[in-house]
Design a binder for this molecule. Structure first.
Ligand SMILES: NC(=O)c1ccc[n+]([C@@H]2O[C@H](COP(=O)([O-])OP(=O)(O)OC[C@H]3O[C@@H](n4cnc5c(N)ncnc54)[C@H](OP(=O)(O)O)[C@@H]3O)[C@@H](O)[C@H]2O)c1
Length: 269
């Protein structure tokens, strides 16, 4: 089934900055109506984004403020979406945080919060919305994953492990949904210049940037929507990134690729 977002409702979590904000702009250009989510404290930012998009595009936009660190946050977010009585065509799971540092040094609380936001909210929203999509016999789920899904990531071990979970879940569910009108896609960017990399102890520079550089969120979003419309289920923006992250870990002995990851993901001084 051809994927077309024009005049369809799209939900985007974490739309107040970075990749989520850029995705909101791209979906607006596609003519999609938007339900945009962010933290309650960022209300003024999301309202600003909403007002700007509505000035430029003839679309409807609703904003929802919900903290996914709350274990019930995803269910509360879904309930607020349902109250709007819109047929949701596409869910974009995007809200996320980073925690940089050794597993034994980062606090239990901080890493559990990351799991609630980057994993539990993705899982719950996907599970809740997919039931409606099955009934509608159409739907698109886009999970913003990462190249970290393909390789253990020393220095941000839990972040990478969570992305691996999201990756495995997305690919398995996509297979289960073949023939139902529903597709599940992952977008797997490498390091991208967003506030995520400026918070939670993430270093100004890590060694890997010498190879990967830093992508722009606007480029990631534009390429992501194009890839989804082409029906790609897994998309790594950038040919070099695709080669390095999809093929290299399969060719190298695991012990060696893990040791290399430990070295290249360290802080560059
Ligand atoms: N940047 C990268 O290098 C990179 C690479 C690969 C994948 N990704 C993935 O891309 C996604 C978006 O990240 P980004 O880089 O665009 O980061 P970002 O600019 O920091 O955006 C993250 C978004 O998530 C929201 N968020 C954070 N904590 C939340 C919470 N507790 N409840 C609800 N929403 C919350 C933020 O809202 P507030 O603005 O209100 O805090 C913001 O809208 C993430 O899943 C990330 O893992 C990023």
């Amino acid at each position: 089934m051809a994927i077309n977002f024009n005049n369809r409702w799209v939900v985007i979590t974490g739309a107040s900055s970075g990749i989520g904000k850029a995705l909101a702009e791209c979906f607006a250009r596609e003519g999609a109506h938007l339900i945009l989510g962010s933290l309650p404290g960022e209300k003024h930012i999301l309202e600003n984004i909403r007002d700007n998009l509505q000035k430029q595009h003839a679309i409807q936009i609703v904003t929802i403020y919900q903290d996914f660190a709350d274990p019930d946050g995803a269910v509360k977010f879904y309930d607020q979406c349902k109250k709007l009585q819109k047929q949701i065509y596409c869910l974009v799971n995007n809200a996320g945080i980073m925690a940089y540092g050794y597993f034994h040094e980062l606090s239990h609380k901080q890493q559990k919060t990351l799991i609630n936001i980057n994993l539990m909210a993705y899982f719950s929203l996907m599970r809740l919305f997919i039931e409606d999509m099955i009934q509608q016999e159409e739907g698109v789920i886009i999970n913003i994953s990462s190249v970290s899904a393909f390789q253990p990531t020393p220095h941000h071990a839990v972040y990478g492990a969570v992305k691996a979970f999201v990756q495995s879940l997305s690919e398995a569910v996509d297979q289960e949904c073949r023939g139902t009108g529903i597709s599940v896609h992952t977008i797997n960017p490498s390091y991208t210049d967003t506030p995520l990399l400026k918070k939670n102890n993430f270093p100004n520079k890590i060694w890997w940037y010498r190879i990967s550089g830093l992508a722009k969120p606007e480029d990631i979003a534009r390429k992501a929507i194009k890839a989804v419309k082409q029906g790609k289920r897994l998309y790594v923006p950038g040919v070099m990134n695709a080669l390095i992250h999809l093929f290299l870990p399969r060719l190298l002995p695991r012990k060696l690729s893990n040791a290399i990851a430990h070295i290249v993901l360290r802080q560059e001084r």
